[in-house]
Design a protein around this ligand. Structure first.
Ligand SMILES: *Cc1c(COP(=O)(O)O)cnc(C)c1O
Length: 459
């Protein structure tokens, strides 16, 4: 499979380039030149596979130039061996909603599912090619922890994580800052997530700096993460629906990575009716779907911090797709955003978005009352991100079967859960000592030069 950038379709890249670079050097995002497409017979063959076997088949379709089937098998086996449920993910029912629990990995958020494979894939690629990398990543709370869990103690790698200071939950922070190993560096930035993301993007865009530190990235713009997330859309559809039955997915959304994976699954032939973009007060994506205007506003701090994002980076991949894969049109919109702080999606293109997506948002109060309601009615504790996913399905009338992605374990946001239900959500047994270990992290201002220097000194 060949890859191209959303901002230049003439140059092609291998999976290895895409994996190691994260972001294309023209500032665009990597996408496959052609997305594989599965027929009903293909789906039939995949339908009864275990999660791991299904993952091998789907992932291989995106990186067979780099890995053999047995290599991918080995990577998958290693990556998911410590998950707390047999099949990596689990489906729970609350009334007529199917909750797809994606939080049974080491740091209690869906991001582990992709990040664990990424860690093992890095090790394989770096060793094969005798390379070293320094991963620099911005986090709204969960990516950083997942990246640290995946990269800690690996050879040939260091990881630098920028988180917005005081804007993530205590458990989220401790999952990162209590990991005391020599290749992990945590930096609290006095700003919000968009500031952190911008710093990382600027470092990537500076070729000299990027090359001087062998910089690599695992943010949700990394194509490999998208691929690993496609798997659970297929797996959960197969579990709850008939092969040709169109269902909806409601996805708590921040950077548009997870839901974009669902869009790719749909393009590959998985029968999906609507993908529901579920957001908190940071509702840029809802405004886009309703008005066609993509206009980032100030980031608002909410009880679902992993979605406190206004610049939804992966949205560029959708823009590229609905503009008939025109890098010229994509580039124009991205330039508009840079120069004028917004862009407008054309009428025809907006219709394509509306054919595939719905969007709704939940206020803070609504989010807490969903947590309380779900507990009262079903005895299940849900985290605030998952609650947003559930809540929006109640605001729009959906006739088809619906799966809500449960993106984090309630204990990761136990303060909010406690406030809404009066119940303390306990961490899984094997993670309890995280809370009492000593924390270690450095603080830096939102200052590109200072951050660059900090990293240079430590590689
Ligand atoms: C990261 C995250 C999200 C948002 O995912 P995106 O891929 O950025 O849209 C939602 N919920 C939780 C718990 C997360 O950690």
């Amino acid at each position: 499979m060949q890859y191209i950038s959303t901002r230049n379709t003439t140059k092609t890249f291998s999976f290895k380039d895409v994996f190691l670079n994260g972001l294309a050097s023209d500032g665009g995002l990597y996408v496959p030149k052609q997305i594989p497409s599965y027929s009903t017979q293909d789906l039939e063959k995949l339908k009864n596979l275990s999660y791991r076997d299904l993952a091998v088949k789907i992932i291989l379709d995106f990186c067979a130039d780099e890995f053999s089937e047995s290599e991918i098998k080995g990577l998958i086996k290693k990556s998911y061996k410590n998950f707390r449920v047999q099949d990596v993910v689990k489906i729970n029912k609350i009334g007529n909603i199917n909750l797809l629990e994606l939080f049974h990995g080491p740091t209690l958020a869906f991001k582990d599912i992709a990040m664990q494979v990424i860690g093992n894939m890095y090790e394989n690629i770096l060793e094969k090619n005798k390379l070293k990398v320094n991963v620099v990543v911005a986090t709204s709370g969960d990516t950083g922890a997942a990246a640290i869990a995946a990269i800690k103690n690996r050879k040939n790698m260091k990881v630098f994580v920028l988180h917005p200071e005081n804007k993530i939950s205590e458990v989220q922070r401790k999952f990162m800052t209590t990991v005391d190993v020599s290749n992990v560096f945590n930096i609290g930035i006095t700003g919000n997530f968009d500031d952190c993301q911008k710093l990382v993007k600027l470092m990537f865009a500076n070729k000299d700096y990027k090359n001087s530190i062998n910089m690599s990235g695992v943010n949700s713009i990394n194509w490999a993460r998208i691929v690993f997330q496609i798997v659970y859309y297929f797996f959960s559809h197969f579990k709850i629906a008939k092969l040709d039955e169109k269902i909806n997915f409601s996805v708590p959304t921040g950077n548009f990575g997870d839901i974009y994976a669902g869009y790719v699954a749909k393009k590959m032939g998985l029968p999906i009716n609507k993908l529901v973009i579920a957001t908190n007060k940071n509702d840029i994506l809802k405004r886009v779907v309703n008005t066609g205007y993509y206009r980032p506003l100030k980031v608002e701090h909410t009880v679902s911090p992993s979605m406190d994002i206004q610049v939804a980076s992966n949205f560029e991949r959708l823009i590229f797709d609905i503009n008939s894969c025109s890098s010229k049109k994509t580039l124009k919109l991205m330039n508009d955003l840079e120069e004028r702080g917004e862009f407008k999606i054309g009428k025809e293109e907006l219709k394509k978005i509306k054919d595939n997506f719905f969007s709704e948002s939940l206020s803070e109060e609504e989010t807490k009352s969903i947590i309380s309601e779900v507990y009262k009615n079903y005895g299940i504790l849900v985290d605030p991100h998952t609650a947003v996913g559930i809540g929006v399905t109640k605001k729009i009338s959906l006739e088809e079967n619906t799966i809500v992605l449960a993106t984090a374990h309630p204990s990761k946001f136990s303060e909010v859960v406690m406030e809404a239900t009066g119940i303390k959500s306990e961490l899984p047994e094997n993670l309890k000592n995280t809370l009492i270990r000593k924390e270690k992290y450095d603080k830096l201002p939102t200052d590109l030069e200072k951050v660059k220097k900090y990293i240079l000194k430590r590689i």
